[in-house]
Design a protein. Sequence first.
Length: 241
Amino acid sequence: MLRSFRDALDTQWADRLRDRLRRASDELSAARDTDIAVERARRDIAEVDEAARARAGGVLAALEVRRSAAYRRVTERTRDPGYETSLRELVRTIENPPFRRAIESARALAKPVLTKAYKRLRKRVRRCGEHPSDEALHAIRIAAKHLRYAAEAFEPLFGRSMSRIARDVGRLQDVLGEEHDAAVVARELQELGNDRELAFAAGELAMVERRAGARARERWRKRFRRVEHTFPKKSPASGDG
C-alpha cells in the first residue's frame, strides 16, 4: 500500500518505512519459502517412483533443517528493537496517513492510483517477452499484487466494479504464485545435491515442481487478458458502488 499510494504520501517518509519493512520482509519471505518447500515436497512424493520415494525422508529432513534456520533468523528479527518501532509507526500510519497535501476525496485519489498500478502491470507483461524468465513472472506477480491491494482499498467506494478488478487480478496473482512457488521449491531441492542418494530423490521431486510451474506458465496470459477486459478503459473510478 505504501508503494501504491506513494505519490499521495510524504515520499521520503514512505520510502524510509518501506526500506525498513523490506529488510524484515526478506527474512520472512525466506522462512515462508522453506514452509512452502516442505509442504510441496510432501505432496510431490506421491508423484515420484518407488526408488525416489524411499529416499524422500532424507529430503524432507534436510528441508526441515533449512526451515528451522530460517525461523531462527525471523525470531532474531522480531526481537530487534527496530522491529517494534516499525510496527508502531505502521499503526500510526493507519490512524493518520501522512499525505503530502489535502486530498479532495478518496474518489479523486482512486483514478491516479489505480491507473498507475495497472500501467505498471501492463508494462511488465509487455516487456517480459514470449518466454519470460522466472524473475520476470515474479515481477509481474508483484505488480499484480499492488493493483489488487489498491482495488480492494477502493472497494467500499465503488462496489462491484472494484470487486471484479480485485477478483480477476487476484486470480492472475494466484497462477503466478503457483509458478513462483514451483520455481523456488525446485531450486531449494536442487541445492540438496551434496549427498548422491539425496540428490537423486531431490532431483525427482524437483522435476515434479518444474512440471507444475510449466502448467502455470500455460495459464497466466489468459488470466492477464481477463484483467485487461475487466479494467475500465475510461476511468477506473467509474463504478456502481
